[in-house]
Design a protein around this ligand. Structure first.
Ligand SMILES: Cc1ncc(COP(=O)(O)O)c(C=O)c1O
Length: 417
């Protein structure tokens, strides 16, 4: 286990990292000194072999156009090893960032004005893609059990929403709740979508980081005759998200060819020298590192779960089943935070943090912890949640949680529930 590798302090301050940029942090918290636990990249060094490949490539000093024979073989081999998914190499199309593919696929699988279903809470760019392309957003709010602190899919509404939609943008595993869907749930999604001729784009960017078995949607959808595309990437898996490289996987040849043609028309087919190098080395050699990463992340989750239970009982950490981001339910302290904001309008001035919300301001200002505000994931319905990125060393997490504890003690001392 690379305990030391993941525990080491990696100084990202002063780099190009958006997560660590003081102005970006201020934009969501109002406090440029808050420590970042937001944007979904991790603070860990990438696998040793990937770092070495980046160093070797950098040292070569020439960064021309890359060419790799049969890149798709690296991906199909990975999918077979990792997800027991056997597929023909021709069904894999290499793309730049995943959002580029999702936007292009949205254009291809729906027309202006058409309804596009997005489960809520949602990774916000999905909502932006729908709006930017002049589609009609059809929100599909997940059910939330306030006692069990669990999200689940709302089957009663899904069928009705499908009758008005052309497309579903699905996220599996789900960001921000951290849910991993079962095979039965995914088959049910595909069956209902198929019944109403709704196509599915399945964003599976977090699929390699699950703590229980992940089922790619595409084979299940194909089995029931539903049009679907699964999008995956090495970016979250190996912490190389800034080097855009992703894959779209098809079973429908006509759709795949049309997609390749669209990439070609827009000259979006070529990945950079660095992104190609890093992605392929990661897929080929990164698996032992990934195994250790998952163990480390699970250790962080256990640590956080006990800390919340023992020392932050007014907050609930919704235990994720995948990846390095988790939702925290703060409903219990909302009244106190509202009083704090009312008493300190200058401090909480939204103009100073236009990209945040009440809770991201509270944690940023009072605990120096920068978190994504729940409203970012679908508006006011999620204002009592924040998303915490625990893809970082345990000592940093412990220090942040202690500051959050102090901030809540301050609220409890100063205001009346
Ligand atoms: C669910 C999901 N999809 C897509 C992305 C971004 O993908 P890319 O940077 O490849 O466009 C993220 C990044 O956080 C994500 O969480």
């Amino acid at each position: 286990m690379r305990q030391d590798y993941f525990s080491q302090e990696v100084n990202r301050k002063g780099t190009l990292s958006v997560k660590w940029n003081p102005q970006a942090i201020k934009g969501i918290t109002g406090n440029e000194e808050a420590e970042p636990f937001w944007v979904a990249d991790m603070d860990f060094l990438a696998p040793e072999e990937v770092v070495q490949a980046a160093v070797d490539t950098a040292k070569s000093g020439v960064y021309g156009y890359p060419y790799v024979e049969d890149k798709e073989a690296f991906i199909s081999s990975w999918l077979q090893r990792r997800h027991n998914w056997k597929l023909a190499r021709k069904n894999v199309v290499i793309c730049p960032g995943m959002l580029t593919s999702i936007a292009l696929l949205t254009e291809m699988l729906s027309s202006e004005g058409d309804g596009v279903i997005v489960p809520l809470p949602a990774y916000q760019p999905f909502l932006r893609i729908v709006r930017n392309l002049n589609r009609t957003l059809i929100p599909w709010p997940m059910l939330y059990n306030k006692e069990a602190h669990q999200f689940s899919l709302d089957w009663d509404t899904f069928e009705e929403l499908c009758s008005r939609a052309k497309l579903l943008i699905f996220c599996s595993p789900h960001n921000p709740s951290g849910m991993v869907f079962s095979e039965d749930e995914l088959r049910k999604v595909a069956l209902i979508a198929k019944k109403h001729h709704v196509a599915i784009i399945s964003d599976e960017i977090h699929a390699d980081l699950t703590f229980r078995e992940h089922h790619p949607l595409l084979p299940l959808a194909t089995e029931v005759g539903c049009t679907a595309v699964t999008c995956m990437a090495p970016s979250k898996t190996f912490n190389i998200a800034g080097e855009h490289f992703s894959v779209s996987i098809f079973s429908d040849d006509k759709l795949r060819l049309a997609f390749m043609r669209r990439l070609d028309q827009l000259y979006l087919g070529g990945n950079s020298f660095f992104s190609t190098t890093l992605a392929l080395v990661a897929y080929e050699k990164g698996e032992p590192w990934l195994k250790d990463l998952i163990a480390y992340l699970q250790g962080n989750i256990s640590f956080m779960a006990s800390f919340f239970k023992e020392r932050l009982p007014s907050l609930t950490f919704i235990k994720p089943e995948a990846s390095f981001i988790g939702f925290i339910d703060c409903a219990d302290i909302m009244g106190l935070v509202e009083q704090d904001a009312l008493a300190n309008p200058q401090l909480y001035d939204p103009k100073k943090s236009p990209n945040g919300g009440l809770l991201s301001r509270f944690f940023g200002l009072r605990a120096k912890v920068a978190l994504n505000d729940g409203t970012w994931f679908g508006g006011d319905a999620y204002r009592s949640f924040v998303r915490f990125n625990y893809g970082t060393n345990k000592e940093r997490i412990a220090a942040a949680l202690m500051r959050m504890e102090d901030a809540i003690k301050f609220l409890e001392k100063t205001y009346i529930r």
